[in-house]
Write a protein that binds this ligand. Structure first.
Ligand SMILES: CC(C)(COP(=O)(O)OP(=O)(O)OC[C@H]1O[C@@H](n2cnc3c(N)ncnc32)[C@H](O)[C@@H]1OP(=O)(O)O)[C@@H](O)C(=O)NCCC(=O)NCCS
Length: 194
C-alpha cells in the first residue's frame, strides 16, 4: 500500500512573512540547488531587494510541522533590472524577433522544493499558485540547461506546463554554466486542461 502524501499547506507569504523566514527560504534554495551554504549570506541582500520590485509576490509550502519546505517568488520584469538586461543582450544576439517576450512579463525568479519533499507535486502547486491572477501577458524564467541524458524535475515541470524556448545555452555575465530561458503565455490553463 502506498503511504498518503504528507499534508502540505501552500499559501502566499506577505513581504513581512517572507523576510521573517528569509534564512529558512535560502536554506531551501541551497539544498534544492546543491549550492554551498555560504550562498545563503551572499544571496540574502538580493532576495531582500527583490521584495521591493513592482508585482513582487511569494508563495510557500509549509509542512504539517510548520517547516518551510518549498517556495517560489517573482515580480514584474522591467528594463534596468539585471536579469532583464542580460536576457535582452542575449536575445539581441541570438534572435531579435523574440525581444517582444520582454515587453510585458512576470519573472519567475525562484522555485525550489527541499530534496526530500520533491516528486510529489509541490513544485507544480507552488508554480500554479504563484502565477494565479498574475496579469502580465507572459511568464519568463531561466534554468540551468538540460542534461539530455537526465532531464531533471524542473525541466519536466516546465515542459508539462507548456513553457517554450525563448533563449537556449545562454551565459549570464559571471557564470560559466549555460542557461535556458523559457516562457509561457498567461494565464495557465487549469490542471485538467494542460
Ligand atoms: C523543480 C522543482 C521545484 C519541482 O518541484 P517538485 O515538487 O519536485 O515537482 P513537481 O511538482 O513537478 O512534481 C514532481 C512529480 O510529482 C508528480 N505529481 C504531480 N502532482 C502530484 C500529486 N498530486 N501527487 C503525487 N505526485 C504528483 C508529477 O507528475 C511529477 O512527476 P515526475 O517528476 O516523474 O515528472 C524541484 O524539483 C526542485 O526544487 N528542484 C531543484 C531546484 C530547481 O531546479 N529549481 C528550479 C530552478 S529554475
Amino acid at each position: 500500500m502506498t503511504a498518503a502524501p504528507p499534508q502540505v499547506d501552500v499559501r502566499f507569504l506577505s513581504k513581512e512573512e517572507f523576510l521573517a523566514h528569509l534564512t529558512e527560504a535560502l536554506e531551501v534554495y541551497v539544498l534544492a540547488m546543491g549550492y554551498p551554504k555560504a550562498t545563503i549570506k551572499q544571496r540574502a541582500p538580493l532576495w531582500r531587494e527583490h521584495t521591493y520590485r513592482p508585482g513582487w509576490r511569494a508563495i510557500g509550502a509549509i509542512s504539517s510541522k510548520g517547516r518551510l519546505i518549498g517556495l517560489a517568488y517573482g515580480y514584474i520584469g522591467a528594463g534596468g533590472q539585471w536579469w532583464h538586461d542580460e536576457i535582452q543582450r542575449g536575445l539581441r544576439a541570438a534572435d531579435p524577433t523574440k525581444q517582444s517576450w520582454l515587453t510585458d512579463y512576470f519573472e519567475l525568479s525562484e522555485l525550489h522544493v527541499l530534496p526530500q519533499a520533491q516528486g510529489g507535486g509541490i513544485g507544480e502547486r507552488l508554480l500554479r499558485g504563484l502565477l494565479s491572477d498574475v496579469t502580465t501577458a507572459t511568464v519568463l524564467l531561466s534554468t540551468p540547461e538540460i542534461d539530455p541524458a537526465r532531464p531533471g524535475r524542473a525541466w519536466r515541470l516546465y515542459r508539462r506546463l507548456g513553457f517554450v524556448d525563448v533563449l537556449r545555452a545562454y551565459y549570464f555575465v559571471g557564470d560559466s554554466r549555460p542557461f535556458a530561458v523559457l516562457g509561457r503565455q498567461l494565464p495557465l490553463p487549469d490542471r485538467r486542461a494542460t
